[in-house]
Every structure is written in C-alpha cells, then in structure tokens.
Design a protein around this ligand. Sequence first.
Ligand code: SF4
Length: 483
Amino acid sequence: MLADRLVGGRQVRWCDRQTDRTLNDRPLSTPALPTPRPSACPGLLRIVPARDGGICRVRLPGGRLDAASLRRLAEAAHRHASGVLEVTNRANLQVRGVRPERADALIRDLLDAGLGPRVAGADDVRNLLLSPAAGLDPQAGMDVRPLAQRLLQALENEPRFHGLSPKFALSLDGGETMAMLDHPHDLWLSALEGPDGQPLVAFGLAGCVPQAAGDPPALAAFPRAGVVEGVVTLLHLFLDLAESGVAGPDCTRMRHLLARLPASALLQRLRERLAVPLLERAWLATWRRAPAPMDAHIGIHPQRQAGLCLVGAAPWLGRVDAASLIALADLAERVGDGSLHFTPWQSLVLPNVPVAHAANALAGLEALGLATQPGAPATRLVACSGSAGCARAQADTKADALTLARRWPAGLSLPPLHFSGCPRSCAAAHVAPYTLLAIDAGHYDLFRRDAGHDGFGRRLARGLDLDAAVTRLAEEARSTPHD
Ligand code: SF4
C-alpha cells in the first residue's frame, strides 16, 4: 500500500512494507526464473551474497532510467531488501541488503518493471558505457544514441555473446565534455572526423581513449556506417581465439588475449574477416581526444537543444536510499522530462531541464542531500562497501571516508580520493589520483597515481590514521591543486 511520507522536506509516495508484502506475494505456481550462469559478479538474476545481505545489480542501458521505472526499482528495494541502493562506477544501480527469502520476489518485481534484458540470457552482456550527456552535449561531434542502441541490440540478440564475461565492457564516446575517459574497457569506441572530414569511429582494446601524448593510440577506425559490423566481427574473433586456447585456458578479457597475441596480429585477422574497411591511417597514431574536465557532471550545463540544460549532482559515496530515489523520480518529472541519467562518477544527471527550471532542479537535488557544487567533497570521494558490507575489507571505508570529509580543512579542495578496503578496488574502475588502501581498522596506506608504478601508484605513506591522512593529503592538495 502506498502512503505519503516526508522525505527531504517533500511528500513522497511510499509503500508500507508489511501490507505490501502481503499484497505482492505471488502464488507458488509462478513460472520459474531463468537460471543465471555462475559468476561472482552481481546481476539482476544473480544476487550475490555480501556481509550486509545480497547485492542485485540492475544494468541500465546507457545509464538511463525513467521516473516510473525508478520508482518501481526503489519500491522493490524497500520491500525486499534494505532499501539502500548504489550507483555503480559503470552507471548502473544496485540494490543492497537483499533478504535471502525475498530474492526471487525482488527479481520478479524488477523483471515486471521492465528492468531486465530484452532477450533472456543477455543480462550480463549489457555493458556499454555512454556519456550521461550523449546526444545532448553541444560539444559532442556525434549523437551516439542510435549507434548505442544498435550495439546493445547486437550484443543482446547474439546468444554467443551472452557467454562474454560479465566484466567484459565496451564504451562509446561521442566527444562529449561530460565523459569518463579513465575507465579501461575491453573495447573503446570514439567518434572523430578524418582529415578529409570523413565521419569515423576509432577504437582500441583493453584500455582507454587516448588523451595525452604518451597514451596508447587508437588501433584503427571504422567508417561510422560499419561500426556495428566491425564490433560484432571483432567480438566473434575474440571468442574464437579465446575458445581455441590461443590465449591460455582463462581468456575472458581482451587484455588476456593481448598478453598472448600482438594487437597487429589481431588486426590482421580482423581485416581478413571484415566486409567493411578497417582504416589504419598514420594520423591515427597521433590522434588524441580532448580531455574531459573533472567536474563536468556536477551543476548546471547547457544542452545542444535550445532552452534546455543538464543538472548534475552526487550523493555521498554513491549511495541513495529508496525514499530519496522516489523523491528524485518526482523531481525529474517536475523540473525535467521525467528521465534520469546515472553516471560512472556514481552520481546522476537530470536531462532536458528547461533553463528556467534549472535553479529549482538544483535546489531540489540539494534538499535531498546531493552535492551540486563542483569540487564539493561528495563529488571527490569514492569508497567501496568496506567492512560493513564486505568480508574482505580491512576497514570501514565508507564511514572513514565520511569522517575524513568532515575533518577536511574548509576552503581547501579535496583531491579525488578513493578509499579501498582491499587491493581489489571495487569502487574505482580506474586508478584514482589518490588512494587510501586499508591495512587494518582505521589505518591506511596512501598512494598517488603515477604512470611509473602499477596498481594504485606510488606509495606516499604507510599506516596513516584518518587525522594523519588528512594532514598528508592537505599537503598534497596545497602543492598540487585539483581544480
Ligand atoms: S575493494 Fe575489497 S574490501 Fe572493498 S568491496 Fe571490494 S573486495 Fe570488498
């Protein structure tokens, strides 16, 4: 049963857990759920246990969701789980604290809400990262949304691709200002124009779109009309080689293949299979994508559509409770077109907001506790679930991150900082400028990103408590501002 509740100063619709449980329990004759394949990665059909209950990950096409679907997701999370949700670093939403006896009911509710894959078995393969501003950013050279839709359909429609690792991920960049360029992908695609003005899409494997002179360059480019065929052919080639044992017994990611087979040999095999031209031009070796500003996903930003803007904000450490998500859905309908774009910075953007409503949108986001100012600590911190949610964690990273934020000196910009409970780095798909790696409760080693060092970078200090971490990081922030 839905009732009104005051959340963040607003009345929102809310479901009563006890009443709702009775109303929504399904008969035992409900058709069986599809069986997910084994993996440690959460999915919509594969709820993975954690210390605070199960984790159910809902993949959102391009990070997008409409308000009605978001309400149903939030209500299901409240009904069957702890009511805590997280925005992931691949712009998905995951439900935490799923109660074991409610897992099937949660999955059914999410499938009923249309949040599953279009094709049975295709949940894991829906890993295509887009800019939250795809199709809306005035700086972008290409509206990648139609191509993204075709790529997602190709991934979902080909049963063989359902066997790709749940971590196997693609990105598609249209040249937007609001872009996550630091996350490595098995296959990245980036729109550009050739010297003769030809519209192309460059690509690379097991890495990132090149931005700086020393970055690994694009391998080649497809004509835009040939991208889907090129990607499909490349994925079949990857699977053929992985299954043949060329790259060893456990080749599940593109980096495994490239460790055994030079990229030039892979391209040669790809060229032999392709009907579309594979463009390997000398100028591609020096092509660099314009870097993306750090805080471009926060605050108000103009759209290419006249009179409309994007309004972005970040929840603390990517977490939002179900009631706040329902309030966000209401806000999206009130100030925008009712859609929400989640981001790989574990934040969200309200698109298509009339400029006249932008200030209201910003105020509404702030009222719900989200950070809307570029450089605010909530926009600079990421933390894994830590010891409250993960048995591997050496410390309560989320609580410690909040404590550090409270102790951070006023007026000094916090550098981008990642709290990791162990070396697995679940919260950050990229190496953050600074990482605090837990070594025991309340103590961390501090690392600074450094191209000459693997992992989190160069270790600056060992065994810091939170006060010492603040002092050391403040020295770094004063000597190397991150604004
Ligand atoms: S980084 Fe380590 S401690 Fe943190 S959630 Fe992942 S496995 Fe757990």
